[in-house]
Design a binder for this molecule. Structure first.
Ligand code: FES
Length: 311
């Protein structure tokens, strides 16, 4: 996977939980990106480096720097705490080029953007793009005042009546009211915690929205499970996967690199053939028949103590 070395030009604490980082290329120029893109940041945490995905929140028209925002997670495996506590102006980081799994649909007649907490980040780039296109859009933002409401004031001022804020997370966000009666050709985009994604998708389905007009993105750390051993049948390698480590991370830590984009079980890039073992499938892309032969190592684990892969 291509890598880019970047320098941290500035950091800004937006709320006690959210810190913004401005990154510039150490050499040459940063690649262009489209709104909704994300990068992976390599976090050198001792023997168990992590790669976390973060949305690019700047205006895609300006690629002199990239901006990302990181929410400090209490149950973090150390990645977000590392970013908040160890990364300062002048630090260097390794990132991947931008990839987009959450792009705008240019043929949409109206765009309804729904963000929960740090899920606001991809919408900052989308808003810049939609404003430039004079598109019909509105932003619904659920947050906890003073904690997860990064960019709220700026967006509220900038968007006026197109901005709808909901303090207290999701309790005040009436998704049915937001989605009901929309014109044919409207698209909804949601980014935030799983609970919000599920609620928007379920509500849209119940109101008769076609799946193709409902778009979502979630970046969540792989959920822990019991440790297991994985055997790579072609190379004969046997690897331990720790309780708080993903199978993908265990493979990478042992020099086995496989393609990946989202690291959250949604893009399908890391699909790998399994040969034996009881797979604990946790992805959101494979069909039941696909699951009989393949798994997504970025999120999936083993119910059994061992797993055998076609690698
Ligand atoms: S990296 Fe996207 S599904 Fe695994």
């Amino acid at each position: 996977m291509n890598q880019i070395e970047v320098r941290v030009e500035a950091t800004r604490l937006l709320t006690p939980l959210v810190r913004e980082f401005t990154l510039s290329a150490l050499q040459g120029r940063l690649p262009k990106f489209s709104s909704g893109s994300h990068i992976q940041v390599r976090l050198p945490l001792g023997e168990r480096p992590l790669r976390n995905a973060y949305s690019l929140l700047g205006d895609p028209a300006n690629v002199s720097t990239y901006r990302i925002a990181v929410r400090k997670q209490d149950d973090s495996r150390g990645g977000s705490a590392f970013m908040h506590e160890q990364i300062h102006e002048g630090s260097t980081l390794t990132i991947t080029p931008p990839a987009n799994l959450f792009s705008l649909h240019s043929d949409a007649r109206a765009h309804i953007l729904i963000a929960g907490g740090i899920g606001i980040t991809p919408f900052l780039a989308h808003v810049a793009e939609l404003e430039r296109d004079a598109a019909d859009f509105e932003l619904h933002y659920a947050y906890r005042h003073g904690l997860t409401d990064a960019y709220r004031s700026e967006l509220s001022e900038r968007l006026g009546s197109r901005f709808h804020g909901y303090d207290g997370e999701y309790a005040r966000l009436d998704i049915t009211r937001v989605l009901r009666g929309r014109p044919l050709g409207a698209h909804v985009y949601v980014c935030g915690p799983q609970q919000l994604l599920d609620a928007v998708r379920d509500t849209a389905r119940a109101l008769g929205w076609p799946d193709g007009r409902v778009h979502w993105e979630a970046f969540s750390a792989p959920q822990p499970g019991t440790p297991f051993v994985v055997t790579l049948m072609r190379s004969g390698l046997r690897l331990d996967v720790a309780y708080d480590q993903s199978l993908l991370e265990a493979l990478e830590a042992n020099g086995v690199d496989i393609p990946n984009l989202c690291r959250g079980g949604v893009c399908g890039q890391c699909s790998t053939r399994h040969i034996a073992g009881d797979v604990d499938h946790r992805d959101m892309v494979l069909s039941p028949s696909d699951r009989a032969t393949h798994l997504m190592p970025c999120v999936s684990r083993a119910h059994s103590t061992s797993l055998f892969l076609d690698l």
